[in-house]
Design a protein around this ligand. Structure first.
Ligand code: HEC
Length: 169
């Protein structure tokens, strides 16, 4: 009986570590000329060793602060009204994240009636949702500091073409 507790504690250790720091794959495995992707083909940020942001991550910084920060706080830090998205982007599955942004969400039975609006038909959000997601992941892993990023790459022609196609569609 005396042995049970330490053995159990040891067995639970990996789970405790997981709960504190979610294991997220942000390593660049491929690029399509527009954005970078991890091994599971989920968009990811691509930040050079000297701190230069790829254009999509910088785009995410701009779009987040245009569309989301009024409720979610600057730099993905959260507010008294809405959760810290720099953490949500690490914790939530990519598809769940996109789903909440597109469809919105309302806390059931919440007294404060906090509502996440649906952005599914807003091209200023949906055409840049991958950018917003990777910016928030970069904030969550501290790959990007708070505030306006100092160094960024230029917008690629492929990005501009994809952007134009999305905004026109
Ligand atoms: C009008 C205020 C408002 C705006 C603007 C807003 N949100 Fe939200 N959002 C909320 C609230 C409130 C919640 C919490 C809803 C709940 O508890 O179910 C939320 C929840 C979320 C969640 C779920 C987070 C989690 O951890 O479960 C995601 C993802 C999200 N918002 C993304 C975004 C993105 C991306 C934008 C900008 C494009 C945005 N939101 C703009 C108010 C807002």
């Amino acid at each position: 009986m005396k042995l049970t507790v330490p053995i159990l504690a040891l067995a639970l250790l990996p789970f405790a570590a997981l709960a504190e720091a979610p294991v997220v794959d942000v390593a660049v495995a491929s690029e399509d000329g527009v954005r970078a992707f991890n091994a599971e083909e989920i968009p990811t940020y691509n930040i050079a060793e000297d701190g230069t942001l790829d254009w999509p991550t910088f785009s995410g910084y701009r779009r987040y602060h245009a569309e989301c920060h009024v409720c979610h706080g600057p730099d993905g830090e959260g507010s008294s009204y809405a959760p810290a998205l720099k953490e949500s982007a690490l914790r939530m599955d990519y598809y769940d994240f996109i789903g909440v942004v597109a469809a919105g969400r309302q806390k059931v039975g919440a007294s404060d009636n906090s509502v996440m609006p649906a952005f599914g038909v807003n091209p200023n959000v949906m055409c840049y949702i991958d950018d917003i997601y990777i910016y928030l992941r970069a904030r969550g892993t501290d790959a990007v500091d708070r505030g306006r990023p100092a160094k960024r790459a230029d917008k690629s022609e492929a990005f501009a073409a994809a952007e134009a196609a999305c905004m026109d569609g």
